[in-house]
Ligand binder design. Structure first.
Ligand code: 5HY
Length: 263
């Protein structure tokens, strides 16, 4: 199967790191295609960054349909545009926050989230509520690190994340830690060894959950609110993002394999 892992920010080094984490988790036979939009914010640190990043993210999912991708991962902890991505995808689309929280709830009765800038804590809190994780989430902690500090050699980022995770275990009663940024993916093993509780990177969790869903033959529901967007004109610089009529949608990879086109 082929899973497209999309970093919605445009920092290539983070995309490479995310791709490595995804490939380390992927099963033999799963091809990971890691990418980021050509244009957009270099890091996503708030509502505005998220909103702008969704256009490039959606473009990558729409391209993925023509590339016959079997599933997608939105590799940003705010799970930006997740439902919109599901509207334009046939296969499963998972956000790293949703995937990480569910994985944590499978291995512990309570988890803490350790994220970057304090101002993004409210975004994580909204997702905890939306995903029904309030009863599991013990705390949402911020290292107050800019996201790109995680990309800077010699920064204090690794130490700050580790120290905050230690405090979460000692003070929150957290049985597991959810890493609140895709850029922390390469810290998972080191932090887990140091603090002695499960540490979940949403990139790996999302890849495995997409594999499981595709393996069960499950695709995104195309009834109701996640049905294909209604064909209509989009004007100006966004004209190219107009929803395609059914006759112009790419067949799914399974239909290609069966030599059929679905509506
Ligand atoms: C992320 N921002 O995973 C989020 C983390 C955050 O550019 N990639 C980003 O703090 O929201």
């Amino acid at each position: 199967m082929r899973i497209k892992v999309i970093n919605p920010n445009t920092t290539e080094s983070m995309t490479r790191k995310i791709g490595e984490a995804a490939r380390a988790a992927a099963a033999i036979g799963t091809k990971i295609v890691a990418c980021n939009p050509a244009g957009g914010p270099v890091s996503i640190e708030g509502h505005y960054d998220e909103a702008v990043s969704v256009l490039g993210l959606l473009d990558e999912v729409r391209k993925g349909e023509a590339e016959a991708m079997d599933g997608y991962v939105v590799a940003c902890f705010g799970d930006p545009g997740l439902l919109a991505c599901r509207e334009v995808a046939r296969g499963p689309v998972l956000g790293i926050a949703e995937a990480a929280m569910h994985a944590a709830a499978f291995v512990a009765t309570g988890f803490s989230i350790v994220t970057t800038l304090a101002r993004t804590r409210v975004i994580a809190a909204e997702l905890v509520e939306r995903y029904g994780m309030t009863r599991f989430c013990r705390a949402i902690r911020a290292t107050d690190l800019p996201v790109l500090d995680l990309e800077r050699e010699g920064s204090e980022a690794r130490r700050s994340v580790l120290d905050e995770c230690k405090r979460a275990v000692a003070e929150d009663g957290a049985g597991a830690i959810v890493l609140g940024c895709a850029g922390m993916a390469d810290l998972t093993a080191e932090v887990q060894k140091a603090i002695g509780v499960p540490v979940i990177d949403g990139v790996a969790a999302a890849v495995k959950f997409v594999e499981a869903l595709v393996g069960m033959g499950l695709q995104t529901s195309k009834v109701g609110d996640l049905a294909w967007p209604l064909p209509k004109t989009y004007t100006g610089a966004l004209a190219h993002m107009a929803p395609a009529p059914a006759t112009r949608r790419s067949p799914s990879s399974s239909a290609r394999r069966r030599g059929r086109h679905e509506a």
